[in-house]
Ligand binder design. Structure first.
Ligand code: SAH
Length: 433
């Protein structure tokens, strides 16, 4: 329903940076020439009001009860409650079921360049001291969890990668580029966007600022070197969220025969090798990921421990390969891609985790360590851990839990539903001899 008159309350909001279309509604025609239509205002269901007050960052299309005019992708919209009290302001997305992504809730605020600058400063200061001197690949902005809904900013050495998950950010890219140019030293800014959004001018992988980035960027993680394919790689070019788990694997690897399943470009494999693994086997379905793993291995042969570590790479479907494999390993990492796209895929995903853990337990040598990770957002940490525990119990193998872990701290989770990464480190209790 379109409201025929503006809401009563006023909120102090700037006109959006993007173009606004003039909407011919009766009440607008009675207002003498106006340079821009009034602020877009939404009323939402009582349930959505409660969620916004609790800090939830999304308003779904089905929760919008009324608006004063049609909205345009990327413009600011304010939400008011039943009593015309300001609730929140966010980015409107006419084409997404997430109709509004909240930038700010609570007291009315002016959302302008200064607000975005302050928001960035908050995100950066929250990461002060998080990276050690030997790490220059870091998430600087973690979307909704940092009050940047639908936007991620990663740094790989001197290259910034801005990834957007909603078309609502397109009109604000010039503002963001100015902000990053002013606040963060860098060689270039690369734009990535999720597959479901399109723009004629802003293509996925293009360089927004600085000389075009056409080759993978070399960055450091705890002293190891990696390539990040910032223009075409998965996510923003690397799985930064697993950084702390990779370091932990490195610390546990000395003298062990390591199996890294779903190895991707070799993050866990290289940490294990540098940690003194006796040998490393990496398994992935993607020849491209394995080629990148080889490149990453070459980057690190200057390290004598990596150079001395035998490495075998296997291109195979992990489920089939694990079922056939007969050798034993003393450190096994199972880090599959997300296994459920929709809620309906959950039972199958849980069965797949069970299958993987069962295979891992079967291949585990006495005293061996098994690391089971899950990045499936539709499965929460409790369900995942319970599935792994039940599989361990059914196997009859005595295992003790060394650690339950989540995202690295540069990926803070303030919105519970947006937590996706969980991992459990288990060690076999070898019988006393
Ligand atoms: N552990 C990695 C990230 C894993 S991403 C890291 O730290 O960087 C998931 C990987 O699983 C991808 O490389 C993908 O190619 C691979 N993959 C997906 N399905 C697979 C399958 N059925 N068998 C083996 N590998 C698979």
């Amino acid at each position: 329903m379109i409201l025929r008159k503006p809401f009563l309350s006023e909120c102090t909001l700037d006109a959006p940076a993007g173009p606004l279309y003039f909407i011919r509604l009766p009440y607008l025609e009675t207002m003498k020439p106006s340079p821009a239509p009034p602020t877009l205002r939404l009323r939402v269901t009582p349930a959505a009001e409660t969620k916004i007050r609790q800090g939830h960052p999304w308003v779904f299309d089905g929760s919008v009860r009324a608006q004063n005019r049609p909205g345009v992708d990327g413009e600011l919209a304010a939400v008011f409650d039943r009593h015309d009290q300001f609730l929140a302001v966010g980015l409107y997305d006419a084409h997404s079921p997430i109709r509004l992504r909240v930038l700010h809730h609570g007291k009315p605020a002016r959302i302008d360049a200064a607000w975005f600058a302050e928001n960035l400063a908050r995100s950066l200061s929250a990461r002060a001291g998080l990276a050690d001197a030997a790490t220059d690949g870091l998430r600087l902005v973690n979307g909704e969890n940092d009050h940047w809904p639908g936007l991620v900013l990663d740094r790989y050495a001197d290259v910034l990668v801005l990834k957007i998950y909603t078309a609502a950010w397109f009109p604000r890219l010039p503002l963001l580029v100015n902000l990053l140019n002013a606040r963060l030293p860098h060689r270039a800014i690369v734009l990535r966007h999720s597959r479901n959004i399109r723009h004629d001018e802003y293509r996925d992988g293009m360089t927004l600022s600085g000389p075009p980035v056409t080759a993978p960027v070399i960055f450091h993680e705890h002293g190891l070197k990696f390539h990040a394919d910032v223009a075409c790689g998965q996510k923003t070019g690397f799985f930064l969220d697993q950084r702390d788990n990779r370091r932990r694997v490195g610390q546990l690897a000395a003298g062990r025969a390591v199996l890294n399943v779903f190895s991707h470009t070799g993050g866990f494999s290289l940490h294990a090798a540098r940690g003194g693994a006796r040998a490393v086997t990496s398994v992935d379905l993607s020849p491209r990921a394995l080629a990148e793993l080889r490149d990453n291995w070459r980057l690190n042969v200057g390290d004598a421990t990596v150079r001395a570590c035998p490495h075998e790479e296997i291109q195979a479907d992990a489920f089939d390969w694990l079922a056939r494999e007969r050798r034993r390993y003393s450190l096994i990492i199972l880090d599959p891609p997300s296994l459920a796209r929709r809620e309906a895929d959950r039972p199958a995903a849980l069965r797949a985790y069970q299958r993987l853990a069962r295979a891992g337990l079967r291949l585990l040598a006495d005293g061996g360590i098994l690391v089971c990770a899950s990045c499936t957002a539709h499965i929460n940490a409790e369900e995942f851990i319970n599935t792994i525990r039940a599989t361990v119990t059914a196997s009859g193998k005595p295992m003790r839990e060394l650690a339950l872990t989540a995202h690295a701290p540069d990926h803070p989770v303030t919105v519970r539903e947006l937590a996706y990464l969980k991992a459990v480190f288990l060690q076999h209790r070898a019988p006393l001899s």
